[in-house]
Design a protein around this ligand. Structure first.
Ligand code: IPE
Ligand code: MG
Length: 229
């Protein structure tokens, strides 16, 4: 979800105005994905690098997150959405962390869409944690060097409860991954959307989903091989 700040600036507003509008868009996209029976939706809400923003902006984003989770808990329950989180949850202010963990707990029995918020998340951070865990297990004698394969690495990533994303959408015209799912995006389809996040709507979502459906995903194979399956 990128482009909140620039969207607000272009309208001679404070960046915070863009974040408020961005939160509304997030709610609407979440509800639409649940309606469309998307099994997993992950929103990159706050990166490890976002901590370096001005303190007022960081504080506001934290406040907004807390407020939205409190407001939308009923919607999550009504729509049978399971809320999850990835990233350095321990770095969040205690009042935000409390609401985040309560929401995870209260929605844990829901069986519909899994909605994951990436908070203080970074793909490199996640890979580093995995490497540390491999080192620890080898040192403890729980793991042999030659047992380290792709499946083991994938399973030790903190976000291993999620399948690799089929589709990644980044708004606001930037064509980069910016430390999102680095390992998991190996075969993801990526859509770079020109609109800023506060301008994104459900029609844009439908357009992107239908263009995604028309893509041929070969996973390194040939078109002929795919037709034999
Ligand atoms: C996305 O919008 C929201 C967050 C990263 C929290 P930005 O805040 O990155 O907006 P721009 O990129 O500065 O326009
Ligand atoms: Mg940005």
């Amino acid at each position: 979800m990128d482009g909140n700040g620039r969207w607000a600036k272009a309208r001679r507003h404070n960046r915070i105005f863009g974040h408020i509008r961005g939160a509304k868009i997030a709610k609407s996209v979440i509800e639409e994905c649940a309606r469309l029976k998307v099994p997993y939706l992950t929103l990159f809400a706050f990166s490890t690098e976002n901590w370096f923003r001005p303190v007022e902006e960081v504080s506001f984003l934290m406040l907004l997150l807390r407020r939205q989770l409190i407001r939308e808990k009923k919607m999550l329950m009504d729509q049978n959405i399971r809320f999850q989180v990835i990233g350095e949850v321990g770095r969040l202010p205690a009042s935000v962390r409390g609401v985040v963990m309560d929401t995870v707990e209260e929605t844990s029995g829901n069986t519909g869409m899994t909605l994951t918020f990436a908070l203080s998340y970074g793909g490199r951070q996640e890979i580093t944690l995995m490497a540390r865990e491999v080192a620890r297990q080898v040192k403890m004698g729980l793991l042999e060097e030659n047992e380290v394969d792709e499946a083991l690495v994938a399973g030790l990533l903190p976000s291993s409860f999620l399948p690799d994303p089929d589709l990644i959408i980044r708004t606001s015209g930037e064509s980069r991954i910016s430390n999102f799912f680095l390992w998991q995006s190996a075969y993801s389809e990526i859509e770079f959307e020109a609109k800023a996040w506060p301008d994104f709507n459900n029609e844009d979502l439908h357009r992107i989903l239908s263009s995604y459906s028309a893509r041929e995903r070969r996973f390194g194979r040939t078109t002929d091989q795919l037709q034999l399956r």
